[in-house]
Write a protein that binds this ligand. Structure first.
Ligand SMILES: Cc1cc2nc3c(=O)[nH]c(=O)nc-3n(C[C@H](O)[C@H](O)[C@H](O)COP(=O)(O)O)c2cc1C
Length: 199
C-alpha cells in the first residue's frame, strides 16, 4: 500500500436534487473534504449539452471516479447515460489508443427506493444491486479502470433521518479511506459492498 492522496471526482446525477432525501445528505457530508471534487451533471448541463472536453479534463485530473446517483429503472438517470455515451470516447477511454483512464479506479454510489431484501434471487427484483451494476463494471473494465465495490443505500422511501445520517457518516469514512489509500486491495477484493467495511 502506498501512502498517497488520491483525488476523487464524484460525477453526480440527480434530476430532482431539491427533493432528495438521501443523496443530498451523502453529498453534503463530503462536499468540503480535501481532494474531493463534486461534478453535478444536472446543475452543469440542464439542457443535456455536455462539454466533452471539460469532462475529459476532469477525469484526467482525478484518480478515483465515482458515479453517484439514485437507481432509476435499475440503472442511472438519463443524463448520466449521455455522459457515458459522449465522454468515454473511443481513442480516449477505450480502443487501441484509448488509454487515458488506465489505472484509475471507478465505483458506483447508489440509492434505491427498494429495500435490501428485494434485491436478491428470491426477492421482488430477482437480482442484487451488484448484478444490476454489471454494465458499469464492464464499462470500467473496457476503460482499463479498476471497478471497486459499490456503496449502496437501500429503502429510501422508508428510511429514517437517523439512518440517513449513519449512512452518510459511513460514506464519509469510505471516501476519506479511499482518498488516503488506506484500504488494501485484498480487503477491497473480498468486499461485496463498501458499506460493509469497518473503518
Ligand atoms: C424514474 C424513477 C425510477 C426509479 N427506479 C427505481 C429502481 O429501478 N429501483 C429502485 O429501487 N428505486 C427506483 N426509484 C426510486 C429512487 O431510486 C429513489 O427515489 C432514490 O434513490 C431516492 O434518493 P434521493 O432521496 O436522493 O432522491 C426510481 C425513482 C424514479 C423517479
Amino acid at each position: 500500500m502506498r501512502f498517497i492522496m488520491n483525488k476523487i471526482l464524484i460525477v453526480f446525477a440527480h434530476p430532482a436534487f431539491q427533493k432528495s432525501k438521501v443523496n443530498k445528505v451523502l453529498l453534503e457530508m463530503v462536499r468540503n473534504e480535501r481532494g474531493v471534487t463534486i461534478n453535478s451533471l444536472y446543475d452543469r448541463y440542464p439542457d443535456f449539452y455536455i462539454d466533452v472536453i471539460a469532462e475529459q479534463q476532469l477525469l484526467l485530473e482525478h484518480d478515483i471516479i465515482i458515479w453517484q446517483h439514485p437507481f432509476f429503472w435499475y440503472s442511472g438517470p438519463a443524463l448520466l447515460k449521455e455522459w457515458f455515451d459522449l465522454v468515454l470516447q473511443h481513442g480516449f477511454a477505450y480502443g487501441e489508443k484509448g488509454l487515458k483512464l488506465q489505472g484509475k479506479k471507478a465505483m458506483s454510489v447508489i440509492t434505491t427506493g427498494g429495500r435490501q431484501e428485494v434485491y436478491c434471487a428470491e426477492g421482488r427484483n430477482h437480482f442484487t444491486v451488484n448484478e444490476f451494476l454489471v454494465p458499469y463494471r464492464q464499462s470500467a473494465n473496457l476503460c482499463h479502470m479498476d471497478y471497486l465495490p459499490p456503496f449502496v443505500v437501500y429503502g429510501t422511501y422508508s428510511i429514517k433521518p437517523e439512518e440517513v445520517l449513519n449512512e452518510a457518516l459511513k460514506f464519509k469514512k469510505v471516501i476519506c479511506a479511499l482518498r488516503d489509500n488506506v484500504i488494501d486491495d485484498t480487503t477491497l477484493a473480498k468486499t461485496g459492498y463498501l458499506n460493509q467495511l469497518t473503518l
